[in-house]
Design a binder for this molecule. Sequence first.
Ligand SMILES: Cc1ncc(COP(=O)(O)O)c(C=O)c1O
Length: 393
Amino acid sequence: MAKDGNEQGSGKIGINTRLAHSGNNPHDYFGFVNPPVVHASTVLFRNAAAMADRNQKYTYGTRGTPTTDALAHAIDALEGSAGTIVVPSGLAAVTIPLLAFVSAGDHLLIVDTVYHPTRNFADTMLKRLGVEVEYYAPGVGAGMAALIRPNTKVVFTESPASNTFEVQDIPAIAKAAHAAGAIVMMDNTWATPLYFRPLDHGVDISIHAATKYPAGHSDVLLGTVSANESHWKQLYESFCTLGCCAGPDDVYQVLRGLRTMGVRLEHHQRSALAIASWLEGQKGVARVLHPALPSHPDHGLWKRDFCGSSGIFSIVLAGGGQKEQHAFLDALRIFGLGYSWGGYESLAVPVWLGDRVVAKAPYEGPLIRLQIGLEDVDDLKADILRGLAAVTA
Ligand SMILES: Cc1ncc(COP(=O)(O)O)c(C=O)c1O
């Protein structure tokens, strides 16, 4: 089998094979299995004519190297995209495409359940630059058509929702947006391209915090943004204009993580589902917000569009407030209290929903988000029981 994932091309190749072999061709670099980690600003040209024409594959470190290309090509093979940019964080993977496509006077629709720093960027910098920002409910579906205005440029989606895990009807939203000439972007970090391929469902720009599952070890920040054919040129040109390139060691670490992402995700998925369904029967838990559970209001939509679930979901405690929330968190010994997710270790965070303007569903009690790591399920259950016991103590 050819070792270059791009040559493999066909959709028939299994996902773990694709993860293992996509991105670089070992025979481009003397047969070494992994690509070189190229530390570069300057790239030399053979002569003045080549310099004048910029007529060679690499011209300057900010515009791409064999290391960034290896990761970008591997992501393209997973996403089915025309091109991918690699940026220094997941947040940069949100802000750069927005800056690339919205202008003063444009209207931007963002799902109300979005990752909070995305909202913060829109409410501060984009508003200052003259962009009209409006938030819509995650369940809008085909109702998106009624929200589109003549100046709507981008519809920003994130599914499942940050912290509360509502699933969006991406094909219906994309249909309405495209009918009005708007672009659809999606933060697809939760599912990764293994469990949802946004471009296959009508999304134009797919965004990932590669910090999470691709990196997988809580030690790297990175983002990727992948575009379909018609939006790739503008995305890449904006990326070059902004100079927001990622460091080579971080890019390499994420490519390394990608090789094992399939097997890690399967484990995250299995453990998270086992714990989520067990939690539904636990005293002190009012609800479990995990779209792969049949009890979830958007389970049907998840089942229709996704082919797997990852390791993060939330629980709603049966009553109480911050005191109970803190009691739960402070009793945990294996779950760490810290932001981010997608790493090998389990984490818990208190959920804050005070920023929402339309998706303010009433909950029975405080919410806690759990990232299920690679530890043994029985140990994690015992830890959660310590938390639940502390709430009632
Ligand atoms: C859905 C989502 N998108 C983007 C990001 C940002 O990623 P990063 O931490 O790499 O900036 C996060 C981080 O938690 C996230 O949860």
